[in-house]
Design a binder for this molecule. Sequence first.
Ligand SMILES: C[S@@+](CC[C@H](N)C(=O)[O-])C[C@H]1O[C@@H](n2cnc3c(N)ncnc32)[C@H](O)[C@@H]1O
Length: 233
Amino acid sequence: MKPKDPILVKDLFDSVSTRYDFLNDLLSLGMHRLWKKQLLKWLQPSKGEKWLDLCCGTGDLSLHLARLVYPGGSTIGVDFSGSQIFLAKKRAHVEPSLSISWLVRDALNTSLPSESFDGVVMAYGLRNLANAEDGLKEIYRLLKSGSKAGILDFNHAKEGSKTSIFQRIYLRNVVVPIASIMGLGDEYAYIEESIKCFPYGSLQETIATKVGFNQAKYKLLAGGQMGALILTK
Ligand SMILES: C[S@@+](CC[C@H](N)C(=O)[O-])C[C@H]1O[C@@H](n2cnc3c(N)ncnc32)[C@H](O)[C@@H]1O
């Protein structure tokens, strides 16, 4: 699959939706939960605030955020895959006291009001967007002045580095074979291709500064396998 083609990306996430959470847990040995928690620790959402989770998938981060901003706060989860949002809504049903709404929309063009959020998160979404800079511009537009955003994703490690070699071996020899057993080999082979096209952490910082953010700091996680871009408007 050609990375960043929005129609193919949407079809991919529609097709994997029912197996997505299970595979995520299996393939990361549950570690993605820790990385998401760490992201929120860096961002420090507070009670009463309004947060946005872009490319929310089945709503992992949206649910965490909604718990952290409760009471008085609210969270919106946005994803362009109707199947992922359907599952997110189902998960949220068991916690009716939380204030979460779900929107099937493009993260590049949310049509949400400018400067209306105390914080924005995006996990494993930026790498999939047709244009990462446009994604950062939309996040910038949506944030209130002085507020924070956090973007978690695979780290594009320097080609030939130990981190990059380990990443490739893991993706080719663990992720794709396991996903293949569930009939999703091609879909997960896409991860390696998408990482190759993803800006390095230092370039993400540069793009974010160009877009207008006051501060942009790229932090490594999981021995450099993952990275988080922490932004302040
Ligand atoms: C790898 S999943 C991550 C889901 C979730 N954030 C998580 O960490 O579990 C990427 C999600 O981004 C969504 N996505 C990709 N491009 C998008 C776009 N342009 N607009 C909205 N959602 C998008 C996909 O539908 C998919 O649900």
